[in-house]
Design a protein around this ligand. Structure first.
Ligand code: 4AD
Ligand code: MG
Length: 467
C-alpha cells in the first residue's frame, strides 16, 4: 500500500484519494478517546500538523495499549473526510503496526510543555517536539533561500577550508587542532613545542571565518559566497554566541560601501520574505507558542528601509540618551566597541528599525578593513537588528598593499604565512567588499526563539559538546 507523507495528505488536493486505502507512518503525539473510539495524532516531521488516525478499540485492544506518546507507527486505512473540526481528512485504521514502543514511564516527552533548558538536556529527543520541528524546517528553508539568493545573482558557492592557520578576525579565539600527544609533545632544544612535527607541520586551528580565502575567490571569480561552519573559542556564555556556528560570507570584487550595504539589506529581506512565503504553518505555530510579535516583526522588516548610521553619529545619540538619564551598564564614548545594550537601544528605542552602522574607529575593527581618509575610521558595516543586536559584520577591504601592510605592522601581526593573502594586493589588486551573516543569528530573528542554543540541532558552547 502506498505510503503518503502527512504533509501531502493535509496540504494537497486529495479528493481523489478519499475513500481509498492509504498508509501513513510517524510518531504518536497524543492518544485520546473512550471505549468506543480512539484518536491518535500522528506526526512524521514533514509538517507541523498531525494527521488524525481513528481506531476502533474493540478491534485494536492489545495494539492500542502499546500506542503511547512517542511510539512509532505504520497505519494502513481508509482516508475519509473528517467528522470533527480541526482537520479536513483522517485515516480510519484497518491495520496498525507498532514499529517502536515508547515506555510512558521513561519517555521524557510527555504531553505537557517542557522548558527550553530541560529540552537542551535531551537534545537527542527534542527534535521530536513541535517547536524544534518548526525551527529545523525553517532552518532548512533559510539555507535554501540563501543559496537561491546568491545563485540568482550570479555568485559562485565557494568552499573555503575549515583547517586554517590564519586568525582572520585577530581576536585570538581559535580552537587549536593537533595530533601531537598532549601529555608528551615533541619539543625543540629551546623547550618549546615543535609544531613542525604536528600533522600539518605547523600550528593549525579551526577557521574563525572563510573571508580571507573568500577574497581569493572574489578577486578571480568576481562574486562568491561561502556557507559553512566556523569555530570560535569565545568564552562568552550568552544567548547569542556559539562556539560552532554557520556563517554565510559573500565577497564581491568592485563593490563599494553603498553597494555593500544595499546587498546586506536586500539579502536579509529576501530571507525573511522566503520564510513568510514558504513556512507560514511553522511561523504561525511559533507566533502562537513562542513569540506573539513574530509574524508582525517579520512583515515590518521587509517593508522598512534600514538606517545607514555613521558610528560617530551613533555615539552622539547614545551620549544624548545618557545625558537624558538613560542608564547603560557599559559606558559610551567615541572609540568604544558598542555593547549589545547600545546596539539594541539604537535599533529598538531610537530608530525602531534595523540599522546599518558604518565607519567605525579602526582600533575596534579587524586589520583588513578599508581605511578612510580621516585616518581614524574604517569602512566597516555592522547590521544591527531588533532583539538580536549584530546580525551581520562586513566591510570594504583595504586594497592598497602599502596601507594594509602598514596596518598589520601597527597591530604587530606576523606577516609570515600571510604572503598568499597579501598577493591579492600585489598582483591586480582591486576594490572589493564582503560581509558575514551569522546563520544562527538570522535563525533567532526568523523564529523568535530567545536562545541561540535552540536554533541549531546540536549546540556547542563552552563546556558543552553533547550528542
Ligand atoms: O563580525 P564577524 O566576526 O565578522 C567576520 O567574521 C568577517 N570575517 C565577516 C566578513 O566580512 N566576511 O562575524 C560575522 C557574523 C556576526 O555579525 C554574527 O552574526 C556572527 O557572525 N557571529 C556569531 N554567531 C554566533 N556565535 C558566535 N560566537 C558568533 N560570532 C560572530
Ligand atoms: Mg562583528
Amino acid at each position: 500500500m502506498k505510503r503518503y507523507e502527512i504533509k501531502y495528505l493535509l496540504k494537497e488536493d486529495v479528493s481523489s484519494l478519499i475513500g481509498t486505502d492509504v498508509c501513513v507512518k510517524g510518531w504518536v503525539r497524543t492518544k485520546r478517546g473512550n471505549k468506543n473510539v480512539a484518536f491518535i495524532a500522528l506526526n512524521d516531521g514533514s509538517i507541523i500538523h498531525n494527521i488524525q488516525v481513528v481506531a476502533d478499540p474493540s478491534r485494536f485492544e492489545e495494539t492500542l495499549k502499546r500506542v503511547t506518546t512517542g511510539a512509532c507507527l505504520c497505519v494502513e486505512g481508509k482516508l475519509v473526510e473528517s467528522q470533527g473540526s480541526g482537520q479536513a481528512v483522517e485515516v480510519q485504521a484497518e491495520n496498525i503496526i507498532v514499529y517502536g514502543e515508547a515506555d510512558p514511564e521513561s519517555y521524557p516527552l510527555q504531553k505537557k510543555g517542557h522548558s527550553m533548558e530541560f529540552l537542551r538536556e535531551i537534545g537527542h529527543l527534542r527534535l521530536r517536539t513541535n517547536t524544534f520541528g518548526a525551527v529545523m524546517r525553517l532552518r532548512h528553508n533559510m539555507a535554501m533561500a540563501i543559496h537561491t539568493f546568491f545563485h540568482e545573482r550570479g555568485f559562485f558557492y565557494f568552499h573555503t577550508p575549515l583547517f586554517s592557520a590564519s586568525d582572520c578576525e585577530g581576536a585570538g579565539e581559535m580552537v587549536h587542532v593537533s595530533t601531537l600527544d598532549p601529555e608528551n609533545p615533541p619539543r625543540g632544544n629551546d623547550g618549546k613545542i615543535d609544531w613542525e612535527q604536528d600533522f600539518f607541520g605547523k600550528f593549525t586551528a579551526l577557521t574563525v571565518s572563510g573571508q580571507l580565502e573568500g577574497e581569493l575567490g572574489a578577486t578571480s571569480l568576481g562574486k562568491i559566497y561561502t556557507f559553512g561552519p566556523t569555530f570560535r573559542a569565545e568564552n562568552s556564555n550568552t544567548p547569542r554566541h556559539l562556539a560552532e556556528f554557520w556563517m554565510i560570507e559573500p565577497e564581491m570584487a568592485f563593490y563599494q560601501l553603498d553597494e555593500l550595504t544595499a546587498l546586506e539589506e536586500e539579502f536579509i529581506k529576501y530571507c525573511v520574505r522566503w520564510a513568510l512565503d514558504h513556512c507560514m504553518d511553522d511561523l504561525e505555530f511559533l507566533n502562537k507558542m513562542i513569540d506573539n510579535g513574530l509574524i508582525e516583526r517579520l512583515r515590518s522588516v521587509i517593508d522598512t528601509d534600514f538606517v545607514r548610521l555613521p558610528y560617530t553619529e551613533g555615539i552622539k545619540i547614545l551620549e544624548d540618551a545618557v545625558a537624558k538619564g538613560h542608564k547603560f551598564e557599559f559606558p559610551v564614548s567615541w572609540g568604544v566597541d558598542l555593547a549589545s545594550e547600545h546596539e539594541r537601544y539604537l535599533v529598538e528605542q531610537h530608530f525602531k528599525k534595523p540599522v546599518i552602522m558604518i565607519d567605525y574607529p579602526k582600533e575596534i575593527k579587524a586589520f583588513y578593513m578599508k581605511q578612510n581618509d580621516d585616518c581614524r575610521t574604517v569602512q566597516g558595516t555592522d547590521v544591527l537588528f531588533p532583539q538580536i543586536g549584530e546580525i551581520i559584520g562586513g566591510s570594504v577591504r583595504e586594497e592598497s598593499y602599502d596601507k594594509l601592510v602598514a596596518r598589520m605592522d601597527e597591530l604587530g601581526m606576523d606577516r609570515s604565512g600571510m604572503e598568499w593573502y597579501l598577493d591579492t594586493r600585489r598582483f591586480g589588486s582591486c576594490p572589493h567588499a564582503g560581509f558575514g551573516l551569522g546563520f544562527e543569528r538570522l535563525m533567532l530573528f526568523v523564529t523568535g526563539m530567545a536562545n541561540i542554543r535552540d536554533v541549531i540541532p546540536f549546540p556547542r558552547t563552552p563546556k558543552t559538546a553533547e550528542f
